[in-house]
Write a protein that binds this ligand. Structure first.
Ligand code: PHE
Length: 452
C-alpha cells in the first residue's frame, strides 16, 4: 500500500474548489431543488433548507475535508489511518461508499434524460411547440424504456471515461471548463425569468414563507436535500479532501463551495418558477419540472433552440461533474485498499452501477406499477433510501466522530489556525456536537413516526 507516496493531489486550490463545487452542483440544484421546493410549497421550505445548509451542511463539509486530508486515503482507509486498522469508524466510510454507489445508479437515469433533451434541442423538435406539447414530450420520453436505458448507458460511459483520466487529468481539468460556463448560462436564464410576467409570482413563491406548509415530510426533504446538494454523507468530500495538500484553508474553501452551490440552486429556482406561473403550470408537478419549463422559457427567445441546446448540454455536464465524484468514491476505495489499477476499478464499478440503475429506469414505464415497498417504485425507493436516510445518517456519524470521538485536537484546531479566527473552532465544534446530530435524529424519528 505504497499509494500514499504516489497519491495524486489537485493541481491548484482553484481546481479543487471547482471540482468540489462540481460535485456539489448538479441535478440536485437544477432538477431536484426546484421540484421539491414546488412540492413543499415554496418560501418556508426554502428558509428551512437554507438553515440546514448553514447550520448542518457547512460544518459537516469541513469535517469531511478534514478527515480526508488527514487520512490521505479513500473514505474507509481514511478512518482506518486515523483510528487504526479495524476501527468501527470505517463502517461510516463503508456507508458512504454504498450511498454514493446506489446514488450513481439512479442519478444516471435522470442525467440520461438531459442527454435526450440535448438531442431534442439539436434536432429542433422542441421548436414551435405549445406548452402542452412540450409537457407531453417529457411523458413520452420517460415512457420509452429502450430510449431511457440507452441514454443512461451513454451517461455512465461518459462518467467512466472521465474518471479513467484520474484526479488531475480527468476530474479537475473538466470541472475547470464546465463550471464557469454553467454559471454564466444560469445567470442568463435568471435574468430571463426575472423579466417574465411571472417574475413577481415566482419571487413570492420562493421567498414568502407560509409556515403552514412545514410538515415533517417537508423538514425531512429540506434536511435530506442539504446533504444531497452539498454531496455530504456519501464519502465524496472525504475522498476529494484526501487529494488536498496539507496547507489549504478548509474553512474558506468550504464556504466558497457552499456559497456557489446555494447560489446555483436559487438561480435555478428563480429561472424556473416565474415561467411556471406565467405559463400556468403546476409548481408541484414533480421530476419533469425543469424538462418542461426550460424549453418553454426558451421557446419565446431569439435563438431559443440554440440556448436550449446549451442549457441541456450544461445540465448534462453539471450532472457529470457530480457523477464522477460518486464513482471516484468506490474507485478510490478499490485503488487504496485493494491495490487495484484505476482502469479496472473504474470500469467494474461503472458497469455494476449501470446494471443496478436499470430498475430505476424502468420505474417510469414498464415497472411503474411495481411498488416493492412502501408503495414506491424502485426509483423512489432508492431515492428515499439514499437522500432521506443514508446521506443524513452518514453525515450525522461524521459529525459525531469529529465532534466527540476524534482525539486529534491539534488537527481539528488547524481549521482556525490558518487565519486568526478564534471563534471558528468552538462554533464548529458546538454545531457538530449538538446541533447536527440532534437535527438529524429528531427529523428521522419524527418521519418514522417514532417521536413527535
Ligand atoms: N450534490 C450532487 C447534486 O446536487 C449530488 C451528490 C450527492 C453528489 C452526493 C455526490 C454525492 O446533484
Amino acid at each position: 500500500m505504497n499509494n500514499r507516496i504516489e497519491r495524486a493531489h489537485w493541481a491548484s486550490r482553484f481546481g479543487f474548489v471547482l471540482a468540489a463545487a462540481g460535485s456539489a452542483i448538479g441535478l440536485g440544484n437544477i432538477w431536484k431543488f426546484p421540484y421539491i421546493t414546488g412540492k413543499n410549497g415554496g418560501g418556508a421550505f426554502v428558509l428551512v433548507y437554507l438553515l440546514c445548509i448553514v447550520l448542518v451542511g457547512l460544518p459537516i463539509m469541513m469535517a469531511e475535508f478534514l478527515i480526508g486530508r488527514h487520512g490521505q486515503r479513500d473514505a474507509v482507509g481514511s478512518f482506518e489511518s486515523l483510528e487504526g486498522k479495524g476501527s468501527p469508524w470505517r463502517l461510516v466510510g463503508w456507508g458512504g461508499v454504498a450511498a454514493s454507489f446506489i446514488l450513481l445508479s439512479f442519478y444516471a437515469v435522470v442525467a440520461g434524460w438531459s442527454f435526450d433533451y440535448i438531442f431534442k434541442s439539436a434536432s429542433g423538435s422542441l421548436g414551435g411547440k405549445t406548452p402542452e406539447q412540450i409537457n407531453d414530450l417529457f411523458g413520452a420520453l420517460v415512457a420509452d424504456p429502450g430510449r431511457v436505458i440507452f441514454w443512461q448507458f451513454l451517461f455512465m460511459a461518459a462518467t467512466v471515461g472521465i474518471v479513467l483520466g484520474g484526479v488531475r487529468g480527468g476530474i479537475e481539468r473538466w470541472s475547470k471548463i464546465l463550471m464557469p460556463v454553467l454559471f454564466l448560462l444560469l445567470l442568463l436564464l435568471f435574468i430571463r425569468g426575472m423579466s417574465s410576467p411571472g417574475a413577481q409570482a415566482g419571487l413570492e413563491f420562493m421567498f414568502r414563507p407560509d409556515f403552514s406548509r412545514i410538515t415533517p415530510e417537508a423538514l425531512l426533504d429540506a434536511l435530506g436535500h442539504a446533504f444531497f446538494t452539498l454531496s455530504l454523507g456519501a464519502a465524496t468530500m472525504i475522498t476529494y479532501g484526501s487529494y488536498l495538500p496539507p496547507d489549504s484553508d478548509l474553512f474558506t474553501l468550504s464556504v466558497r463551495i457552499t456559497l456557489l452551490d446555494t447560489l446555483v440552486a436559487l438561480l435555478a429556482g428563480l429561472a424556473i418558477f416565474p415561467v411556471v406561473f406565467a405559463a400556468g403550470l403546476e409548481p408541484g408537478s414533480g421530476p419533469g419540472l425543469v424538462f418542461q419549463t426550460i424549453p418553454i422559457v426558451l421557446a419565446g427567445l431569439p435563438f431559443g433552440s440554440f440556448l436550449a441546446l446549451i442549457f441541456f448540454i450544461l445540465l448534462a455536464f453539471a450532472a457529470l461533474s457530480s457523477s464522477i465524484s460518486m464513482l471516484e468514491v468506490s474507485v478510490a476505495y478499490l485503488i487504496d485498499e485493494k491495490g487495484w489499477r484505476r482502469n479496472r476499478a473504474t470500469v467494474l464499478v461503472g458497469s455494476l452501477a449501470f446494471v443496478l440503475g436499470i430498475p430505476s429506469a424502468l420505474s417510469f414505464n414498464r415497472w411503474a406499477e411495481l411498488k416493492p415497498l412502501f408503495d414506491r417504485t424502485f426509483f423512489d425507493l432508492f431515492d428515499l433510501l439514499v437522500s432521506s436516510y443514508m446521506l443524513p445518517l452518514g453525515g450525522m456519524f461524521v459529525a459525531l466522530y469529529a465532534g466527540w470521538f476524534w482525539k486529534g485536537e491539534e488537527e481539528k484546531n488547524e481549521l482556525a489556525a490558518s487565519a486568526p479566527r478564534p471563534w471558528l473552532f468552538p462554533v464548529w465544534h458546538f454545531l457538530l456536537r449538538y446541533i447536527t446530530p440532534a437535527a438529524v435524529l429528531i427529523i428521522l424519528l419524527n418521519q418514522m413516526g417514532i417521536w413527535g
